[in-house]
Design a protein around this ligand. Structure first.
Ligand SMILES: Nc1ncnc2c1ncn2[C@@H]1O[C@H](COP(=O)(O)OP(=O)(O)OP(=O)(O)O)[C@@H](O)[C@H]1O
Length: 366
């Protein structure tokens, strides 16, 4: 059974199976399969041009695939026109009607039009929900970007759709407004339980907001996982490079779970993939600076090259002995620094926990 068959037979809330979209000779989306459960918040994450919006547009019915299917509750909706699909959508640009009041913008999709009193009540409810009570009579031009996006969200939710589609809804906003709206969006999504698919190229946003993140690269899915799985266990070198900060060390195979970096042997928590040359990955917060030396596997000495205070943590640059040319970034939390001072030039013991090291075959790039 192909993985698509397994998840399609489970009739998830939304599924795409073997979806491809080509523009001339260029393949924007290449055999993508994905299943989304009811109530899930899923983020499509990836660099510009990787096919996120293409996938969202196919789900919305705004475009037609060259191959593959879109299914809602197991029913094939690939050819169903957008108006007959059960979703609300918010785009990056606010896309409100400038000549309509906030109330009319929100009520636009509500039918039948004659039920004005009922619509007024629904608009009031939605404006409360998105944190804009009393804004009914304002016009879009009188609203800030963040407020306009709240109205766009209210409009998308007006018909209580089964699916909320969001295409970079926060990226046109300044950082402070974006963070606030991000938290509110997450709270709102959980409160309503509306299944949500959001496109973003901002990894911090995806990790903070999503139940599951779909990392895309060049029209394909690299990994689907919870934010913590994506961050802690990147399935490919591409994901490891795209999400979060990392140290990369050139390593050579010594045994099935042992590599050599410079003159050091490092034990790994899992068996190496095939190959002799690897890029060894370790997050800065997993580079552990010890108070005193203990002869233990994966422990080495390093000279502190730089100490930079960064508020909630302190960033160190470390030059490990026996690894010429290598600089390791480490992050220390305040509780650790209250026990020990670290200054440039100091020699400190450093541990690289086996289970925190991941080896990717050299050359297996993006
Ligand atoms: N109508 C089109 N005609 C030709 N090429 C297209 C068309 N639409 C998209 N593409 C190409 O398909 C690829 C994927 O585009 P898509 O908009 O899905 O990327 P994206 O991941 O959403 O990127 P961004 O974050 O920049 O919006 C891009 O290389 C884009 O240039």
């Amino acid at each position: 059974m192909k993985p698509d068959d397994a998840f399609l037979s489970a009739a998830p809330h939304l599924a795409v199976a073997g979806l491809s979209r080509r523009y001339g000779a260029f393949t924007a989306l290449d055999d993508v399969s994905l299943a989304i459960r009811k109530g899930e918040f899923v983020c499509l994450l990836g660099p510009s041009g990787c096919g996120k919006t293409t996938l969202l547009r196919l789900v919305a019915g705004l475009d037609t695939p060259d191959a593959g299917r879109v299914l809602a509750h197991g029913a094939d909706i690939t050819r169903l026109p957008p108006a007959r699909r059960d979703y609300g959508i918010v785009f990056q640009s606010y896309a409100l009607f400038p000549n309509l009041s906030v109330a009319d913008n929100i009520a636009y999709g509500l039918t039948p039009r004659r039920e004005r009193a009922r619509h007024r009540e629904r608009v009031r409810e939605l404006l409360d929900l998105v944190g804009l009570p009393g804004a009914e009579d304002k016009y879009p031009a009188a609203l800030s970007g963040g407020q306009q996006q709240r109205v766009a969200l209210a409009r998308a939710l007006a018909t209580s759709p089964g699916l909320l589609l969001l295409d970079e809804p926060l990226s046109a906003l300044d950082a402070r407004v974006r963070d606030k709206l991000r938290d509110e969006l997450k709270r709102l999504q959980k409160k309503l339980g509306v299944t949500t698919l959001m496109v973003t190229h901002d990894q911090a946003e995806a990790l903070a907001i999503a139940d599951r993140v779909v990392v895309m690269n060049a029209g394909r899915i690299e990994q689907v996982g919870t934010p913590s799985e994506i961050y802690r266990q990147p399935a490919s070198r591409f994901v490891a490079e795209f999400v979060g900060e990392a140290n990369w060390l050139a390593a050579r195979r010594v045994a099935d779970d042992v590599v050599e970096v410079g003159s050091h042997r490092l034990v790994l928590g899992q068996a190496l993939p095939a190959g002799d040359a690897f890029s060894l990955f370790v997050r800065p917060e997993d580079v552990l600076v010890r108070e005193r030396w203990q002869a233990a596997p994966n422990t080495l000495l390093a000279r502190v090259a730089d100490v930079a205070f960064a508020g909630a943590l302190t960033r160190l640059k470390l030059a490990p002995e026996g690894m010429p040319g290598v600089t390791l970034s480490a992050e220390l939390c305040p509780s650790m620094l209250s026990r020990q001072t670290v200054v440039p030039g100091q020699i400190v013991p450093v541990a690289l926990p086996a289970e925190r090291l991941i080896a990717y075959p050299e050359g297996a790039r993006c």
